[in-house]
Design a protein around this ligand. Sequence first.
Ligand code: CMC
Length: 428
Amino acid sequence: MADKKAKLTIGEISTEFDILSGTLGPNVIDIAPLSKMNYFTYDPGFMATAACESKITFIDGDKGTLLYRGYPIGQLAAESNFMEVCYLLLKGELPKNEEYQEFCRTITRHSMVHEQIRYFYNGFRRDAHPMAIMVGVVGALSAFYHDTLDIKNPEHRASSAIRLIAKMPTIAAMCYKYSIGQPFMPPQNSMSYAENFLHMMFATPTEETVPNPILVRALDRIFTLHADHEQNASTSTVRLAGSTGANPFVCISAGIAALWGPAHGGANEAALNMLQEIGDVSQIGKYIARAKDPKDTFRLMGFGHRVYKNYDPRAKVMRETCHEVLDAVGAHDNPLFKIAMALEKIALEDEYFVQRKLYPNVDFYSGITLSAIGIPPNMFTVIFALARTIGWVAHWNEMISSPYRLGRPRQLYTGSPERAFLSINERK
Ligand code: CMC
């Protein structure tokens, strides 16, 4: 892999570093020998740092490309489904028919949660944010599955992966049911993954609901589009936590916590809240001006991306899905969606946004779509977490299956030099 060298000269000392090439994307300079020279690299926000080697997902932010195991996201969203994508991300190849059937059967058979888990929910306030409950309950799964916590055992890892993917919709729907005071609905083995989630969210013991197939398909597509995104903040958090040897359930819980922030997965909820705050198409100009004002901390939520400096390929698919759903539920005239469409148009033509390549991202459209499906805004990031679980698990498993080291960054220290302790009466 190392066919070229990079040379760094500091004072009179020159050192050569291997330049490593991947299959796609920029080459990377292996700077590990630098630590022996008593220098660290400094890269806040990891703008130019490859933290690991991975075979799972590739992004070209300038071209707007996203590949899962080499397959373009647009094609997977249009022609595949979330269960196939889970298999692909986890195992590296698309499943053959029998493998697919067996995988779906296994996921379906692990969707129930231990009966004790339902009692956890009673400990939370009814108005707790569902992401807060998710962080707690998913981490607590490690208290239930002692039998598969040996991370060095590939069968244990596979079993934990299945449990996490299978139980996430059940745990997520229980958060919602708890918040509205309705009984938990058990999962249904006859239903697909997305259909079952809608069932657990909206059915009650007194009334069955038959989820609209267009909404089921849209939700399945949302899951596919959010399944993985290489070394984003939450996936990096899962890898870092995993590098300590922590069990997969708490590592995923750490990922859920990182995802919650509004700069990451919390943006879909924040985008919808922003639309509500704007309130009317006539107010859009005021908010665009605020977003452009360097003295104002307000940002257009659902716009911009650290990696994509071209249209987010997920947003392209999500936009189409959004319109399909709006048609299916007859919501095109909903005032919130009107604001969203007008905002999108104005921002795409505005010099500030064009110059900075700030396009609507996946979360702008997923929030509107989820809202049209009937999902309350505080559940949006939960759905992101549910879908991203496969990506987290695939990255965690990839790391643990290969040689890896404890993740331990260093720092540029700018605090006080060493000084002597003074007792309280000596301090001035
Ligand atoms: N509204 C207004 N201005 C913006 C926005 C925005 N949404 N995003 C970036 N900018 C401006 C920013 O002020 C800066 O301007 P200047 O060069 O004049 O100082 C320039 O664009 C570059 O922004 P940055 O903050 O240096 O870029 P970043 O890569 O650190 O931030 C981001 C990326 C996603 C955090 C940011 O675009 C943002 O806060 N967006 C809104 C939140 C959001 O939608 N997040 C979801 C991301 S997609 C889901 C996911 O993958 O997690």
